[in-house]
Design a protein around this ligand. Structure first.
Ligand SMILES: [Zn+2]
Length: 81
């Protein structure tokens, strides 16, 4: 079992990613407050992404939901037989 565990991201790391991305959603480009943003894994953990800072980006809630809807469906079609 070498899958990356889904750990909760420490607050200091979240703040670093927010500031690096200038509180901007990396999908729609809108600027949000911290409470409206989520930390997203660019390469999902399910596809061997890591919890490294370079694999994290800020997304607003609607964009994050859209993204996970899409990858969830693909994930299920490919693996959930
Ligand atoms: Zn967005």
């Amino acid at each position: 079992m070498s899958k990356t565990p889904r750990i909760s991201i420490p607050k200091s790391v979240r703040e670093y990613v927010y500031q690096r991305n200038k509180y901007q959603c990396q999908s729609c480009g809108k600027t949000h407050t911290e409470s409206q943003l989520t930390i997203d894994h660019i390469i999902p953990l399910a596809r061997s992404g890591t919890n490294d800072i370079s694999n994290l980006q800020t997304l607003c809630f609607p964009c994050n939901r859209q993204k996970s809807d899409k990858s969830d469906r693909r994930f299920q079609r490919r693996f959930d037989l």
